[in-house]
Design a protein around this ligand. Structure first.
Ligand code: 3H9
Length: 700
């Protein structure tokens, strides 16, 4: 065996077996196509192509996968040759036939390497796809040119503009893979090369295949994107690149290269790649070294929307669930919600009917008795937000649950230390704050109380991973990370409304910024009654120096709770949502009462005030140690609050403005309302030191 080593060691190695040369890539953990891997591949091909006695070459991956794509860490840095397009072109140009044997994942650049080979064979466990668009780029190593040559323009467009990952069988159906094989990757690679050599596996250069034009598919995709993803840059560039595949390969590749560079230079690329790494960075917590406890059976208390959603998430992840409610009626409502959720998963193709039936038969139990929780590994309490009720439940649970069982609360703002204090096991009490609908939303705030044990925290993170969720570590305070920040910045929307902007202008400005819905549209969707109840409860403790806007209260006093009652800030009827004229009247009356002369706000000013308020409170959350790092706040908003992913999260966005600019804005706004607009000490320090929030990620 000889090796063609990159600077990091034997990332690419060659094994000769008779007339076959096996080229293995080995770059743990995911075989990303780093500079060393690219160079190793080119050197291996230089050595083997046309070499005496070499009649076929097979490329395969060691470890879990073939190649997970380009090394994402390299984007935004100076290019390091050879580029992946050079590698792919070199593979395709080989005189000696080359086959790619795929297993695990072959994503992005990994799939492009395979498409440049003269044939492709995959093990059945293989997943392929072009996730580039989710990173704000496009397949830039020939994928936009070679995929249409193998699968046609329509299929290539769908895969490349959505980033959808497909299994090996579908890839064979589409023509991206020639056939499936069995066995260990090395052995299957050897067999594939042998078949290529003897002609049992046909050989062809993908670049030589002509592409049939498909103007209808291009038009339909563009129209769909314009409707659903108008804020995004890369999907449109993907379409342009695929459209160029009707040209000869060299021309199409040149177009692809130019469009790829445009994407690389776009701020959206930076935001989306930050989001990719944010999802992974949040797992790096002080407790990461602790051994998580095994969780096989979860008890859920409360069968409302939240409890049923949590139960659904656990069932979908293969866990056993026992659901508890106070009375038979509530229990059967909870069970019905779970059944509805599972039916939705079947409809979306996420669950087979057989699996659903098995879950309902074997994995889900319901009970009216908390005593039935004596054997569960973890209990998640999801009853309504009342400290006394929660304390009573935790006192009882503490007596019932087996030693070592973890007791969690799904509270969205109550003090976990106080809840833990009624138990004999505060080290085993934790907050697991899910977001509604809990079987869909990816965020899980893992709220660590003063005495929570490291392995209990680690268990929360392991559970999140099992549930396919993104766990973020939060400290104890009212609202933890997300709801505390939300509680602060949503006031700004009210102030803007009273001072002159209409709810629909505010919604439209923030939707234009990238939020899926503006704050008033969200209120109508979620139900105005929820916030109203909280405001009434907190009224006695409200700070009299703080501005209070009563418009939403007046809307609620009329019994208008948003979509579910047909009107709220908007009227919801068969003609679609439109502004509620009564709301305009309430606003005018409150202005008159408070002596406010309305003024015009530009959309930019609306966004500026809203985002500055969000960032200011987020900075205080950091100061207070509630979030470990700025990136944790980004993940909370990206995965739990519909923050536009292409903007990377509030703290990443904050750095695009810079601490000095944010400081200037807060000081300017504070001239009108010094009570609300206060400069966080940390922001001033960053501005003084010329640093950004990202530097705090590195420090932590
Ligand atoms: C591309 O290919 C562009 C080309 O078209 C054109 C070029 C010209 N690079 O997710 P995990 C790290 S764009 C660098 O926890 P899993 C990851 O950060 C690329 N690093 O594991 C983590 O590091 P850490 C297209 C990468 O088993 C560690 O590996 N490809 C890359 O749950 C483990 O990752 C993609 O977009 C990478 N490409 O999932 C694929 N990938 O431990 C993106 C992963 O320090 N990757 N890392 O936190 C994935 O989808 C998943 O990581 C994968 C494994 C399914 C591979």
């Amino acid at each position: 065996m000889t090796s063609s080593a990159g600077p990091e060691g034997r990332i690419v190695s060659i094994e000769r077996v008779g007339p076959i040369a096996l080229v293995a890539v080995d770059n743990p953990p995911v075989n990303a196509a780093s500079q060393a891997l690219r160079q190793g591949l080119v050197e291996a091909l230089e050595q083997l192509d046309g070499a005496e006695g070499v009649e076929a070459i097979a490329l395969y991956g060691k470890g879990r996968s073939f190649i997970a794509g380009a090394d994402i860490r390299e984007f935004g840095k100076p290019p390091m040759p050879p580029g992946l397009p050079d590698v792919c072109n070199r593979i395709e140009a080989c005189e000696t036939p080359v086959v790619a044997l795929l297993h695990g994942v072959a994503l992005g650049g990994g799939l492009e390497v395979a498409l440049a080979a003269h044939a492709r064979v995959a093990l059945p466990d293989t997943t392929v796809g072009f996730p580039e668009v989710t990173l704000g780029i496009l397949p830039g190593a020939g994928g936009t040119q070679r995929a249409p040559r193998l699968a046609g323009i329509a299929a290539a467009l769908e895969l490349i503009t959505t980033g959808r990952r497909i299994d090996a069988e579908e890839a064979v159906r589409l023509g991206l893979i020639d056939r499936l094989a069995a066995g260990a990757p090395r052995d299957a690679a050897l067999q594939a090369a042998e078949d290529l050599r003897t002609g049992a596996l046909p050989r062809r250069r993908t670049g030589e295949i002509a592409v049939a034009p498909d103007a209808a598919a291009i038009q339909a995709t563009t129209a769909k994107l314009a409707k659903r993803q108008k804020h995004l840059f890369a999907p449109f560039k993907c379409v342009e690149a695929v459209a160029a595949s009707v040209q000869p390969l060299a021309e199409g590749l040149a177009t692809e290269r130019a469009l790829f560079q445009q994407c690389l230079d776009s701020p959206q690329r930076a935001g989306l790649i930050h989001a990719f790494f944010a999802e992974r960075a949040v797992a790096k917590i002080p407790e990461a070294g602790a051994t998580p406890r095994q969780i096989g059976h979860v008890g859920v208390i409360g069968g409302g929307t939240m409890g049923s959603g949590i139960a659904t998430a656990a069932l979908l992840a293969g866990l056993k669930v026992t659901l508890n409610e106070r009375d038979a009626e509530a229990l059967s409502r909870g069970k019905a919600t779970i059944e509805k959720n599972l039916a939705g998963a079947v409809k979306r193709g996420k669950l087979s009917e057989e699996k659903r039936d098995a879950i309902l038969k074997d994995a889900l139990q319901t009970t009216l008795k908390l005593e039935d929780f004596s054997k569960v590994d973890l209990v998640i309490e999801a009853v309504f937000e009342d400290m006394d009720v929660k304390k009573e439940i935790f006192t009882r649970l503490d007596a019932i649950a087996r030693p070592g069982a973890i007791l969690a609360s799904n509270t969205s703002y109550l003090d976990i230390d106080e809840i833990a204090s009624v138990t004999s096991r505060p080290a085993e009490v934790i907050g697991l704050h899910f977001f509604s609908p809990a079987h869909v939303m990816r965020l899980l705030e893992v709220v660590v109380a003063g005495k929570t044990a490291p392995e209990v925290v680690a268990t929360g993170f392991a559970l999140a991973r099992k549930l396919g969720k993104v766990a973020v570590r939060a400290g104890v305070c009212d609202g933890f990370i997300g709801n505390r920040i939300l509680g602060h910045y949503k006031k700004v929307a009210d102030y803007l409304m009273l001072d002159g902007a209409s709810p629909q202008q505010i919604d439209a400005a923030l939707e234009e910024f990238g939020f899926a819905m503006g704050p008033f549209a969200v209120l109508d969707l979620a139900g105005l009654d929820i916030g109203w109840a909280t405001r009434k409860r907190l009224a006695p403790t409200r700070d009299p120096a703080e501005r209070y806007v009563a418009v939403a209260d007046r809307v609620c006093e009329n019994g208008w709770f948003g979509r579910k009652t047909g009107q709220g800030f908007y009227i919801h009827d068969a003609d679609g949502p439109r502004p509620n004229p009564e709301v305009a009247r309430f606003i005018e009356e409150e202005r008159a009462e408070k002596g406010i002369t309305p003024r015009a706000f530009s959309d930019d000013e609306i966004v500026s005030r809203y985002m500055t308020a969000m960032i200011a409170e987020a900075t205080r959350v950091l100061e207070d140690g509630i979030a470990l790092r700025p990136v944790d706040i980004d993940a909370v908003f990206l995965f739990g609050y519909g923050f536009p992913r292409f903007r990377g999260g509030p703290m990443f966005y904050a750095d695009t403005l810079g601490p000095a600019e944010l400081l200037r804005r807060i000081e300017a706004y504070a001239k009108e309302d010094p009570h609300y607009w206060r400069v966080p000490a940390l922001l001033r320090r960053l501005a003084d030191e010329g640093r950004d929030f990202a530097s705090l990620n590195k420090e932590a």
